[in-house]
Write a protein that binds this ligand. Structure first.
Ligand SMILES: [Zn+2]
Ligand SMILES: [Zn+2]
Length: 155
């Protein structure tokens, strides 16, 4: 225990359980490094770019971290459904309900940067109907809605 690194932010029991369950389901191993990246993202109030994440981790662990390592952890977290990637902003955020597979819908506030993940089975059904009608096999149906959040509108 001679390392000077700070510990990763504490991960709530609920989120740790999600992470463990998702990894077990996928036959993946939840290493401390992977868990550390996940905890860092949960602690953030807004989505992070890979470089912001690397900077946070380097600051916390007081050492250089290879970007490739962080990208691998991010790939893992996305593969297991614990983290989503926002296509438009090229940032990452932890899934709000990782207990079940789903398509993602996001509300992105252009004023404060907050992102809400919402879930609409009605919309998912509609999107897959549209694809079906065109004989198209959809693989990814992420919806990102840009605008101003309720809190910013009130302020
Ligand atoms: Zn999600
Ligand atoms: Zn806002």
């Amino acid at each position: 225990m001679a390392r000077h690194s700070e510990k990763a932010p504490r991960l709530g029991a609920k989120w740790r359980k999600f992470a463990e369950t998702r990894c077990a389901d996928k036959g993946e191993r939840l290493t401390p490094a992977r868990l550390g990246v996940y905890a860092e993202m949960l602690a953030s109030q807004r989505p992070l770019s890979a470089y912001e994440l690397i900077a946070l981790l380097e600051q916390r662990q007081q050492r250089k971290i290879a970007p490739l390592t962080v990208y691998r952890h991010l790939d893992f977290l996305m593969r297991t459904g614990l983290v989503h990637r926002l296509q438009s902003a090229q940032t990452y955020l932890p899934c709000d309900h990782p207990d079940h597979p789903h398509e993602s819908q996001f509300l992105l506030c252009s004023s404060c940067g907050h992102v809400d993940e919402v879930e609409s089975t009605g919309l998912e059904k509609l999107l897959s109907q549209i694809a079906d009608q065109h004989g198209f096999r959809a693989e990814d149906a992420v919806v990102e809605i840009k605008g101003v959040c309720g809190t910013c509108l009130e302020a």
